[in-house]
Design a protein around this ligand. Structure first.
Ligand code: PMV
Length: 322
């Protein structure tokens, strides 16, 4: 019983930030992302009689117990659906350069969901796969799909209507996404913990809830009409607002490092020089800079020249999981 699958990470332009059901991983608000065309994770799953527990390796190295525990909890969902109690060997190979800090759980759980269901011979329809991947890591449901992807929060208490869909294929708007690495260390606080604490304690979270739908509508229009003047300022402000809610949590969650702010300043300076460059930030210190493809090389070389920047990976919109 073997299955293999691959997936790319995705970058949220409108963030998933808060759950209305923590067990089902159902979000409070809709989110919108771009699936990348690089930095793949390819995962092989083998369910075997000889195993007494799940074994997980990433790039050949055994994962620590807490990480295996998360994979086991996820595979338990697949085992229930497939009526099997067999344990699995999970071998994941990630193109994300080791230590760069973009080891996205989205690509990991999207590939795992597809590989594990293939291994047990459980052909799920796209909505079923979306619901399954979401329970591993919320944003994984977006990495299953190509291009510009919207994950609807849905309203049902069983989460059945909380699924992702492609709004526009990758070719609709071939913009550049620059993954700017300023920190080697993995983040101190997981997105799971940070969003839970923010929702529970931050007086600023209300502002995120009040603006998320409006920001998403603007970004959807901006993508539809390929308009940087609408997209850039909204995406940047929305990301800063998300981080402001985390800063307002008790105790505060601060992901920014000195290099994060240096890159923000550099992006602003590039704009003042006439470049069309804007940043976003997920739950970590490493900014992602969006710009037109014909400016990508110049923007990347300016960013890589900063002392605080370790590495810049230029990506574009890409395909869904395969
Ligand atoms: O899918 P998770 O649990 O890793 O949460 C992702 C949270 C953000 O990256 C901050 C936002 C998003 O929509 O991806």
């Amino acid at each position: 019983m073997t299955g293999e699958a691959g997936a790319f990470p995705n970058v949220a332009l409108i963030k998933y930030w808060g759950k209305r059901d923590a067990t089902l991983n159902v979000p409070t608000t809709d989110s919108l992302s771009i699936t990348l065309d690089r930095l793949a994770t390819v995962t092989k799953v083998r369910f075997m009689r000889s195993l007494s527990r799940d074994v997980v390796t990433i790039n050949g190295r055994p994962e620590p117990p807490h990480s295996v525990g998360r994979v086991t909890a996820f595979l338990d969902l697949v085992r229930v659906m497939a009526s099997t109690s067999l344990r699995a060997r999970v071998e994941s190979v990630s193109e994300v350069p080791v230590g760069v800090g973009f080891a996205s759980s989205a690509a990991g759980f999207a590939a795992l969901a597809l590989a594990a269901t293939r291994a047990v011979g459980l052909p799920l329809d796209p909505a079923g796969l979306s619901r399954l991947a979401r329970q591993g890591s919320g944003s994984a449901c977006r990495s299953l799909l190509e291009g510009f992807v919207k994950w609807r929060a849905g309203t049902r208490s069983d989460g059945l209507d909380s699924t992702a869909e492609t709004l526009y294929a990758a070719a609709h708007w071939p913009l550049a996404l620059l993954m700017v690495s300023v920190e080697r260390d993995s983040k101190a606080i997981s997105s799971r913990t940070a969003m839970e604490r923010t929702v529970r304690t931050s007086p600023l979270y209300r502002g995120f809830l009040e603006t998320a739908a409006g920001d998403l509508a603007v970004v959807e229009t901006a993508i539809g009409e390929r308009r940087w003047d609408l997209l850039g300022p909204t995406v940047e402000r929305h990301a800063l607002l998300m981080h402001a809610t985390a800063l307002g949590a008790d105790p505060p969650v601060r992901y920014w490092r000195p290099g994060t702010v240096r890159v923000m300043d550099a992006v602003q300076a590039l704009r003042e020089e006439g470049f069309t460059a804007y940043f976003t930030l997920d739950a970590g210190p490493n900014p992602i800079v969006l710009c037109p493809v014909d400016q990508a090389e110049a923007v990347a070389s300016r960013l890589v020249a900063l002392a605080a920047v370790r590495d810049v990976q230029v990506c574009g919109p890409g395909r869904g999981a395969w």
